[in-house]
Design a binder for this molecule. Structure first.
Ligand SMILES: Nc1ncnc2c1ncn2[C@@H]1O[C@H](COP(=O)(O)OP(=O)(O)OP(=O)(O)O)[C@@H](O)[C@H]1O
Ligand SMILES: [Mg+2]
Length: 252
């Protein structure tokens, strides 16, 4: 059974058909990459999957349940979590506080219980804090726990976004260009983080322009071009697909 299934999905913005008649499935426990030239519709597809946009036509199923039109917070509760192409970090908060924000789904936020500072709340906060520190260590940010986000280097902020997304304990993690703007060493660190996350059992959907990274860690690749599926398959199959080579990959 697939974890995510997309059927006949389309969205149109005025005259722009950003996604057209798209069908694909994502198996649990895999790293599934979505690649394509700028403007191919990759971020739009993430926005459709995570409920930010409602499709013009088509359907999305999570664990065989129809989820088309559900709101982002509902989908987050069902196990979807994501990072953003443009960093969505709160720069006036500490790194740990940013990760804690990703945890809010799992916190008991009954107002009265909070006001009374019931022991369960304090205990919950302590457990959440511990888990968030663990996640920061897992993405290599153990040295930044109490750092002001605004003072952190860009490469660390990209990993902070992943830690925050993981704080929601997702089953499906969508990463929109996690290596964009990173140097070779930082890209390798991100590569290791993604592999470790996948090994821990989280299904990863990766949008990325760095072909070396994509080819190295993906189980399956979907190639988009002008909102349509151009090809899909294993890295080997995609690399050797004449349509892909002709469209833009060149000599990967
Ligand atoms: N909210 C919107 N309103 C109008 N047009 C949009 C909107 N979102 C995306 N588009 C258009 O949809 C197309 C796909 O954009 P999208 O951002 O999904 O591409 P992408 O594959 O993520 O590109 P990149 O690699 O540059 O991030 C583009 O033509 C874009 O201008
Ligand atoms: Mg994009």
């Amino acid at each position: 059974m697939s974890l995510l299934r997309v059927e006949n999905l389309s969205i149109q913005f005025g005259g722009v058909r950003a996604i057209q008649d798209l069908d694909f499935t994502i198996d649990p426990g895999t790293v599934h990459s979505i690649i394509g030239p700028n403007g191919a519709g990759k971020t739009t597809l993430f926005n459709l999957i995570t409920g930010v946009y409602r499709p013009t036509t088509g359907a999305i199923y999570l664990d065989d349940q129809p989820v088309t039109g559900r709101r982002p917070n509902e989908l987050a509760r069902m196990g979807m979590s994501r990072t953003f192409q443009n960093l969505q970090i709160m720069m006036n908060m500490t790194a740990l506080e940013n990760v804690m924000v990703g945890r809010h789904l799992h916190l008991n936020r009954n107002l009265l219980a909070c006001l009374l500072r019931l022991p369960a709340i304090t205990r919950g906060d302590r457990t959440a804090r511990k888990r968030c520190i663990e996640l920061m260590e897992r993405v290599g940010l153990g040295g930044y726990i109490n750092a002001e986000a605004g003072a952190m280097p860009y490469g660390a902020l990209k990993r902070l976004e992943i830690a925050r997304a993981l704080a929601a304990e997702p089953t499906l993690l969508l990463l929109d260009e996690p290596a964009a703007g990173l140097n070779a060493r930082e890209t390798k660190e991100i590569d290791e983080v993604i592999v470790a996350v996948a090994r821990a059992g989280v299904t990863v959907v990766l949008v990325e322009h760095d072909m070396k990274l994509v080819m190295g860690i993906s189980d399956h690749i979907l190639v988009l071009d002008y909102g349509r599926k151009l090809a899909e398959g294993t890295p080997e199959e995609v690399r050797n697909n004449p349509a892909v080579i002709a469209a833009y990959l060149g000599n990967v």
